[in-house]
Design a protein around this ligand. Structure first.
Ligand code: FAD
Length: 345
């Protein structure tokens, strides 16, 4: 069917009981749906089942029709497809307008987006336009049984406490969710769902943003959130050259290079490698921390790794509290020996 789109009404106060269903903002990048969208569908499916309601996704993009079934397989009951050549290029005001229209039409009680560069820029626009609350950067979401309220948990005060936020007076309850925190559902290609092709009015495609140039980050093709082994270097490396050794170990393991903020701030390695509160959250199978003390702001980004190996010459470094295996020693002695052992295997 076609979605009817009405002119935007401003500032309609939510009558909470009018709202039902969970809506996920699916992210489209370079012809693909971003991994975080599948994670949102995973948690969205759980919330929908608890609430006895449906799970929908909205997918704006240039050529997205062929991707709708992937979202259904991952748990969506319904996909609102906003397909147009002008949507190939991400522009936050246009994407926000589309999401806003779906929300006004469908009145979902919960709207979820990834806490990614895209999600973080679109969602505040929408929350402002519809006068709804927004909790950024959630790491846990659950429904309170007594009243169906969405409990939105996120790290606060530099990761020192976990704050649980609820949104009692407005709808939808909106949250951005950190990538790599929620588990995606096992895809079921036989799952059936409804695809709603949106008719997009011209005015929604008009943007105040003009894209002058797109620069692809070619520094390191590997996304540290998507590999199974990470070798991370910190201030203990003592210079940019130390990363050559870190990279050698990472290559030996078929993994990628990560870093603490101290190493990034020192200019030894670019920001996309930073793990932690102001960097990326990662959960590889193996995380080897070399010359990293394990400050809480670093730990929040990597403590869900399956196996953490810490190499540090200070046996009282806090990284040893979260390490599965610890090596007390000079990384410049330990890492070359590790590389040698791996080469012998
Ligand atoms: P250090 O704490 O200086 O630790 C270096 C370690 O190397 C020491 O434990 C030392 O014993 C060891 N060492 C030295 N030489 C050797 C050697 N030869 N062999 C073996 N070990 C050696 N940090 C992040 O990482 N990510 C973030 O996203 C982040 N966000 C932040 C946000 C805020 C608001 C704030 C205030 C801080 C943030 N930080 C972040 C910074 C964080 O608090 C720490 O300062 C930082 O993580 C320290 O980095 P490090 O462990 O590399 O350095």
């Amino acid at each position: 069917g076609a979605l009817r789109i009405e002119t935007a009404e401003k500032r309609v106060r939510a009558d909470i009981n009018d709202y039902s269903g969970i809506l996920v903002f699916a992210e489209y990048r370079h012809g693909k749906v971003a991994q975080v969208s599948y994670e949102l569908l995973g948690i969205g499916r759980k919330l929908a089942e608890q609430r006895g309601t449906t799970l929908s996704a909205v997918l704006p993009g240039g050529a997205v029709a062929s991707l709708a079934q992937d979202l259904i397989a991952a748990g969506a009951d319904r996909v609102f497809l906003a397909e147009h050549p002008l949507l190939e290029q991400f522009r936050e005001d246009v994407y926000a307008g589309i999401l806003e229209q779906v929300i006004r039409e469908q009145k979902p009680e919960v709207v979820l987006a990834g806490a990614t560069a895209i999600g973080r820029s679109v969602i505040p626009y929408v929350a402002n336009a519809i006068d709804a609350g927004l909790t950024a950067d959630c790491t846990r979401l659950e429904i309170r049984e007594s009243d169906g309220m969405l409990l939105q948990t996120r790290p606060s005060f530099g990761g020192n406490i976990m704050a649980t936020i609820e949104c009692p007076h407005t709808r939808p309850q909106m949250a951005t969710v950190r990538p790599k925190v929620m588990a995606p559902a096992e895809p079921d290609p036989t799952r059936r769902g409804e695809v709603v092709v949106m008719q997009i009015p011209e005015r929604l495609l008009q943007s105040k943003i003009e894209v002058l140039e797109t620069v692809i980050n070619t520094d390191d093709q590997v996304n540290i959130q998507e590999v199974e082994a990470l070798v991370a270097g910190g201030r203990g490396l003592d210079s940019a050259k130390g990363f050559a050794l870190i990279r050698e170990l990472a290559n030996e393991l078929g993994g990628a290079v990560a870093a603490s903020r101290a190493a990034v701030d020192a200019g030894w390695i670019p920001y996309p490698h930073q793990v932690g509160q102001t960097g990326k959250t990662v959960s590889p199978k193996l995380y080897i921390a070399c010359g990293i003390s394990g400050a809480v702001q670093h730990a929040v980004g990597m403590q869900s790794a399956e196996i953490v190996v810490a190499i540090n010459k200070d046996k009282s470094a806090p990284i040893f509290d979260i390490a599965t295996y610890g090596v007390v020693g000079d990384l410049y002695e330990v890492v070359p020996r590790l590389i040698q052992r791996l080469q012998e295997m």
